[in-house]
Design a protein around this ligand. Sequence first.
Ligand code: IMP
Ligand code: MG
Length: 181
Amino acid sequence: MRNDKTDILKIIISEEEIQEKIKELAEKISVDYKDKNLLLICVMNGSIFFSVDLIRQLKVKADLDYISVASYHGTASTGAVTLHRDISTDVSDKDVLIIEDILDSGRTFSFLLKHFKKMNPKSLKSCSLLDKPDRRVVDVVLDYTGFIIPDVFIVGYGMDYDQQYRQLPFIGELKPEVYTK
Ligand code: IMP
Ligand code: MG
């Protein structure tokens, strides 16, 4: 059966470590966005778990909207980023914080930053639970980073391989034979 632990080579970040890091990030964001008009934008589908857990830990007022983009097929980025669903909030008076699962080549973030800049929000910042700096193609500087990880293909906690494994509570390295067979 897919989605169970047998396809996982090893756990990279445990459920407890994820939640601990989210608390830390939420503390920082709560300080920085005190007296602001925070709008979190969940980048579907990968960052759904992260966005939900993060917003629950915030000590400041925050709205939530979501955007849906795709750039990834299998285990390698295709290069092109496609917009599937845009946000519906007027951001002109909002302090927008983009919430991503993982920064990899940087193409998605670069697309998103340009996309939201055009909407003229009050401010615009970026947050990603994971960062894989070894694979960067486009320069992106994150305002909030959870974990820096090596160049391995990971799944779980919202992140998928071929739309599977998202519901694993931890972040794990997928066995290469799963995607090479
Ligand atoms: P980028 O545009 O190359 O930075 O890719 C960003 C997107 O690719 C992320 O939001 C993820 O959805 C996906 N992605 C990148 N690396 C991985 C991985 O190791 N596992 C699962 N998805 C990944
Ligand atoms: Mg993503």
